[in-house]
Design a protein around this ligand. Structure first.
Ligand code: MG
Length: 160
C-alpha cells in the first residue's frame, strides 16, 4: 500500500446577509461566511487536504476565486472535482479528520448530516469522516464571531 497524508486549512470572514454553509449543510445563523463561492470553509479545507496529499496544489490553483464560473458555486462541486483529480492519480480516500472553529451557532448538532454528505462525495463509509467543532472562548477573530476556520487532515492510498 502506498499511503500519503495531506493537510488543509481555510478561513472566511463572517458577515450579515450570507448563508452559513458548513460541510454542505446550511445552518440557521444571523451571519454567514463571505466568499466567491458559497464559502463553505469545511469543504474547502477538505479539498486542500486531499489535493495536498496527492501533491496537486490547492483549491485556488484549480478553481480561481476570480473566475465568474465559480461565483456562488456549491462547494460540494469543488470537493467532487478535487476528488476527481486525486482519483486520476490512482488514489482513494482512507479517512479524514477535521475541526471547525466557530463561536456560534453550535456546529455539533449538524455533524452527522455533514458526515453523510462528505462520505458520499469522497466515496467512503461515514466512519471515515471525522468532524469536530470547537469555539474561540470569546478570544480573537473566532471568539468575536468575526470569522470561521476549519482544519483537515486526510489520508489517501493506492494499492501498488
Ligand atoms: Mg475558502
Amino acid at each position: 500500500m502506498n499511503f500519503r497524508i495531506g493537510f488543509g486549512v481555510d478561513i472566511h470572514q463572517l458577515v450579515e446577509g450570507r448563508d452559513l454553509m458548513i460541510g454542505g449543510v446550511k445552518i440557521e445563523s444571523p451571519f454567514g461566511a463571505l466568499g466567491h463561492s458559497d464559502a463553505d470553509v469545511l469543504l474547502h479545507a477538505i479539498c486542500d487536504a486531499i489535493l495536498g496529499a496527492a501533491n496537486l496544489r490547492d483549491i485556488g490553483f484549480h478553481f480561481s476565486d476570480t473566475d465568474p464560473q465559480f461565483k456562488g458555486i456549491d462547494s460540494q462541486f469543488l470537493l467532487k472535482e478535487s476528488f476527481k483529480l486525486v482519483k486520476q492519480k490512482g488514489y482513494k480516500i482512507g479517512n479524514i479528520d477535521c475541526t471547525v472553529l466557530l463561536e456560534t451557532p453550535k456546529v455539533n448538532p449538524h455533524i452527522e448530516k455533514m458526515q453523510v454528505i462528505i462520505a458520499n462525495l469522497l466515496e467512503v463509509d461515514i466512519d471515515a469522516i471525522s468532524i469536530k467543532a470547537t469555539r474561540g472562548e470569546k478570544m480573537g477573530y473566532i471568539g468575536e464571531s468575526k470569522g470561521i476556520q476549519a482544519y483537515c487532515n486526510a489520508l489517501i492510498f493506492k494499492s501498488s
